[in-house]
Design a protein around this ligand. Structure first.
Ligand code: HEC
Ligand code: HEC
Length: 471
């Protein structure tokens, strides 16, 4: 070899080496690199906080403007404050009941976290409540029960009988992965006794619901209706077996039909309405949008009980409470660049979890809080209704949601529920004891994804769970 060709040979080797180093640094050889998306650690865009502590769900969005942070602080105080029965010297905070489930928001959403089902058959459910309804006489839609109304209330003020007790029992259902690993799922049954207003009618429909964790709700309000319509595929035109639907529900505050976004069946259109509904149904506090006490048609003692004002809630307190719940920040991802997490994310996308748990959205214009407009967020939801099969069905329609449909819950913050709420009970009624069980309960439109999860190797399943825990 001549001297010049030797030089050019060395030059070529160096060039190849440089090319290799460059492409390696760009992640071209790394199959996981496309799953490492810079910026996705900020799950809530500019409304993200870096907090992995027990208070991870309790911080205000850091980008709040004006005096909203002061409103947030006083909203937080009302969120934790116990309402008292009327008449009381604290006129602002009286009107509890006559029938109720809890005295404050934080009794169910402690530290803005996730509620849990009772831990033994002697324990009365608190964070787990029961919505009730009956088929309407014309067979078209639902109506309230005349003896128990729209929600089962196990507590009451003096002189009004509480509605009764609930006992939760579980039956274990064994199962097995194709690789031979066994598991067991627990199926809940509910027994209502000491019923003060008569036996439940045979056609009573009962929907158990656990209290959700409350992060990033203003951002979810910011996702435009157009975006949700784009994601919806009611007739499953793309033939992927997944047909998300919007739940259109009545907006009592703006007096029109609106897109449902909140609650396990997307049954409430806004945080403000969800807050007013919680005040009335869970605590027994009336407001301008919901001026009537909760008493069912035949609950005469309830109707006679003193009221704390008409309505009981001032507009100012509702404003503060709604602002507080709306502006809770989203905790940032942890370990989002770890190899195991990236592998889990890859599996999550490949087996079809992301078809419903849509990772990324850009919010539109939030009418009240520009802080939540045009934010790139990673909530892992499409806010749409999906048929989840008979295993999860409650058999109780809610708005346009049928008895088998549930809203895809956002997965942001899910890995911190253990830290904040001290447990890992998931799904609408808290039946799943951990993330794995939550996945294994998926049926209906999610059956294919669930089966693909079961077919993963043990290692791959663990990666997927590790990924969920990083959200
Ligand atoms: C008795 C327990 C209980 C109390 C008290 C309670 N909640 Fe809830 N909360 C729930 C349950 C259960 C749900 C799910 C409701 C559904 O699916 O319809 C929920 C849902 C919510 C949501 C919607 C979350 C989401 O991701 O869709 C918000 C917001 C909320 N509650 C705020 C409040 C506020 C504010 C208060 C106090 C005024 C309050 N809650 C009091 C149990 C409770
Ligand atoms: C067809 C839509 C759909 C698909 C596909 C889907 N999910 Fe879900 N997911 C839901 C719905 C709806 C719920 C709520 C069900 C309930 O509470 O009864 C849910 C609940 C969950 C929960 C519990 C959330 C909570 O807050 O308690 C986890 C975790 C979860 N899904 C993970 C996954 C994973 C992992 C996959 C892929 C294997 C997946 N999902 C596929 C719609 C879907």
């Amino acid at each position: 070899m001549g001297r010049t060709s030797k030089i050019s040979f060395v030059f070529l080797i160096l060039l190849a080496l440089a090319g290799f180093i460059f492409s390696y640094s760009q992640g071209w050889f790394d199959p996981l690199s496309k799953y490492r998306v810079e910026g996705e650690q900020y799950s809530g865009g500019e409304a993200t906080v870096f907090n992995e502590s027990v208070n991870a769900f309790g911080e205000a969005a850091p980008n709040l403007t004006g005096n909203k942070d002061l409103f947030f602080v006083s909203g937080n105080a009302f969120f934790k404050r116990n309402w008292v029965s009327a008449p009381a010297s604290t006129a602002d905070l009286d009107g509890l009941g006559p029938l109720f489930n809890a005295r404050s928001c934080s009794s169910c959403h402690l530290l803005d976290g996730r509620g849990k089902p009772p831990q033994s058959i002697d324990e009365e459910p608190v964070d787990l409540l029961f919505r009730l309804s009956r088929p309407s006489q014309d067979g078209n839609g639902t109506r309230k029960d005349e003896n128990y109304g729209g929600q089962f209330n196990h507590l009451s003020v003096l002189g009004v009988p509480p509605e009764g007790n609930v006992t939760v029992r579980y039956e274990e259902i064994p199962g097995e992965y194709p690789d031979g690993t066994t598991y067991s799922l627990r199926n809940p049954t509910y027994e209502f006794d000491s019923l003060a207003y008569g036996a439940f009618s045979k056609d009573m429909m009962i929907s158990p619901r656990i209290a959700q964790h409350l992060v990033g709700l203003g951002l979810l309000e910011g996702i435009s209706e157009e975006r949700l319509k784009e994601l919806a595929d009611p007739e499953d035109k793309n033939g992927d077996g997944i047909s998300g639907r919007i739940n259109y529900v009545y907006d009592h505050i703006n007096e029109k039909m609106s897109v449902g976004r909140f609650g396990w069946k997307a049954n409430e259109p806004s945080v403000r309405q969800q807050t007013a509904v919680a005040l009335r149904e869970d605590i027994g506090i009336t407001s301008a949008a919901f001026p009537e006490e909760l008493c069912a048609e035949n609950q005469t003692d309830c109707k006679r009980s003193p009221s704390g004002g008409e309505p009981e809630l001032s507009q100012d307190i509702l404003d503060r409470l709604a602002l507080y719940t709306e502006t809770l920040a989203v905790p940032a991802r942890r370990d989002w660049e770890d190899v195991q997490v990236l592998k889990g994310k890859k599996a999550f996308i490949e087996i079809g979890c992301a078809s419903c748990h849509v990772p990324k959205h850009k919010t539109g214009e939030h009418p009240e809080h520009p802080e939540f407009s045009s934010q790139t967020i990673y909530p892992y939801t499409d806010l749409l209704l999906h048929d989840m099969g008979p295993g999860l069905a409650d058999g109780r329609p809610d708005g346009e949601a049928t008895g088998t449909e549930w809203r895809t819950p956002p997965l942001w913050g899910i890995g911190l529920i253990q830290t904040v709420s001290g447990h890992t009970f998931f799904l609408h009624d808290g039946r799943a004891r951990n993330l794995e069980e939550a996945i294994l309960w998926h049926g209906g439109e999610a059956e294919t994804a669930r089966n693909k999860f079961k077919q993963l190797s043990k290692n791959e399943r663990e990666n997927l769970i590790t990924f969920l825990n990083s959200l």
